[in-house]
Design a protein around this ligand. Structure first.
Ligand code: 5GP
Length: 183
């Protein structure tokens, strides 16, 4: 079985991802000089993106990770999303860059930002590999570093999964319809 055969079309090639990460990394170098930001990655989909992006950042940075569990209902929910954030670093007074794989409705990110603010960081910005602005349901989201705008299609690859598969593909693509229908 070859996962590449399940892809209908490639939306963003690996070469495009590398080139865009280089641009974003250079911009972060300028924006965060002398600020030693923490790249806070949302597990698990953002790992390939943070790995590639960070190769192109030359200023001192630290890494941390957040486990985000989305579920319906629950306590600290916004819309239908609730999140649990378990940062290992002390975040107070630090400059945070949240690293996400994709922003769709925006519920996940807006909830994460709301919770992170309670840690009293010096600043919070967002870097997302992909953005689907046509799907947005939250108005007040500012994504400073966007890799690529994608249409309202379900995409996989470069960290993004379908039933936990396809994350290792080096590009972002759309699955063939039969993949969703086969048992
Ligand atoms: P939001 O809360 O912005 O609606 O959704 C964010 C999360 O939904 C992403 O972190 C990702 O896990 C998932 N998601 C949204 N769109 C897609 C997509 O096209 N493909 C995949 N694989 N996951 C998606």
């Amino acid at each position: 079985m070859n996962l590449n055969n399940d892809i209908k079309k490639i939306l963003v090639t690996n070469e495009q991802i590398e080139a865009r990460c280089k641009e974003l990394g250079e911009q972060i170098d300028i924006d965060y000089e002398d600020k030693k930001p923490i790249l806070l990655s949302l597990l698990r989909g953002s790992i390939p993106f943070v790995t590639t992006l960070s190769k192109y950042i030359s200023i001192p940075i630290e890494f941390d990770y957040m486990k985000v569990s989305s579920y319906h209902g629950g306590t600290s929910s916004t819309g239908n999303v609730a999140v649990t954030i378990l940062p290992a670093s002390k975040l107070e007074g630090r400059h945070l860059i949240i690293v996400e794989d994709i922003v769709d409705t925006g519920f996940t990110l807006s909830t994460v930002v709301k919770i992170l603010k309670t840690y009293k960081p010096a600043s919070i910005e967002v870097a997302s590999l992909l953005d689907k602005p046509s799907m947005r349901k939250v108005d007040d989201l500012d994504i400073k570093y966007v890799g690529f705008i994608v249409p309202a299609e379900f995409v996989v690859g470069f960290g993004l999964d379908y039933n936990e598969l396809y994350r290792q593909l080096p590009y972002v693509g759309v699955l063939k319809e039969e993949v969703y229908t086969k048992k």
